[in-house]
Design a protein around this ligand. Structure first.
Ligand code: ARG
Length: 306
């Protein structure tokens, strides 16, 4: 509304200027400007801004254009301040995000976003969407942001925006206990399972070729690991966060974890928002900054992030 008033005001002034300097027009203009200024003052005084007040002036437009239905629903107090966000995840990734015995979505990522939400004073609704559907769900506005141990990559940044990193991870190789595999180089002609379209999948594609049939891409990481255990592959490649947890939870499984830090790059997880959704991005970044500063992030992850 505010943006509209400013725009039409601008047009009006311009067309009247064309007509010359008649006193009456000037006075009308003056009255109009006065009205505009009063509306502006009122708007600001009523705190009609978003949660990041400093971003108000230039954000009016962005805000209106990017508010998807969910965000608008979340702002159901009628104001512009965000009070609730809908979050999507692939809860198959213990200990980061998974379904506990009572059917609830829990995990380190969930603890992190809960801590962030607490700092921001907002409510969250977490939906278990699945890995592949997560990206379109964010694009079409079904969710306001995604948390799912999502590595910030240049490729993804072309289509989505990411918060500041909140977690550091890397790829590791899970192999049968008696395997001779000692690093990525040994995977060249081996069948390897990965979770589809994850950074593990991408790393393998870069190494052996995008369409190499030796890469077996499963829908979830637990399925990828199970495939390897069933003997359908000689190794699984995935994030250390979840592969190490698998070992912890299955001490009798005859598998071992191979680290190859020279071959795999460091990865950083971020929260993912719609491209251009400055409002939600800034809000989440504010929350991440807060949980970094007050030590809660470290308390939850046990990791130091620089
Ligand atoms: N970090 C990896 C990536 O971003 C894997 C993430 C998978 N997360 C999940 N919840 N399944 O590609």
């Amino acid at each position: 509304m505010f943006t509209f008033a400013l725009k039409s005001g601008g047009k009006l002034n311009a067309s009247k200027k064309m007509k010359g300097v008649e006193v009456i027009v000037k006075r009308k203009n003056f009255l109009f400007m006065l009205l505009l200024v009063s509306i502006t003052v009122l708007f600001v005084a009523c705190g009609g801004g978003n949660a990041n007040n400093d971003a108000d002036n230039n954000d009016g437009n962005t805000e209106e254009n990017n508010n998807n239905e969910n965000t608008e629903e979340a702002n159901n107090d009628g104001g512009e301040e965000i009070t609730k966000l809908v979050v999507g995840s692939d809860a198959t990734y213990a200990p980061m995000e998974y379904i506990d015995d009572s059917g609830e979505i829990v995990g380190i990522d969930i603890d992190i976003i809960d801590a962030i939400a607490e700092e921001l004073g907002i409510e969250l609704e977490v939906k278990n969407i699945g890995w592949e559907p997560l990206f379109p769900a964010l694009k079409n506005g079904e969710i306001d942001f995604a948390v799912s141990s999502i590595t910030i990559t240049e490729e993804r940044q072309k289509e989505f925006d990411f918060t500041e990193p909140y977690y550091e991870a890397k790829q590791v190789i899970l192999v049968p206990e008696d395997s001779d595999i000692s690093g990525l180089a040994d995977l060249e002609d081996k069948r390897v399972t990965v979770q589809i379209n994850t950074t593990g999948h991408i790393a393998m594609q870069e190494f052996v070729g995008e369409t190499n049939p030796n890469i077996v891409a499963s829908e979830t990481m637990p399925i990828a690991i199970q495939e390897m255990l069933n003997g359908n592959a000689e190794a699984s490649v995935g994030d250390n966060s979840t592969v190490n947890e698998y070992l912890k939870n299955n001490p009798d499984a005859k598998v071992k974890v191979i680290e190859d830090d020279d071959s795999f790059e460091k990865e950083f997880y971020g929260l993912m928002v719609q491209k251009g959704n400055v409002e939600v991005l800034e809000l989440l970044d504010e929350g991440i900054k807060a949980v970094k500063e007050n030590g809660k992030l470290k308390e939850i992850t046990g990791l130091d992030l620089d």
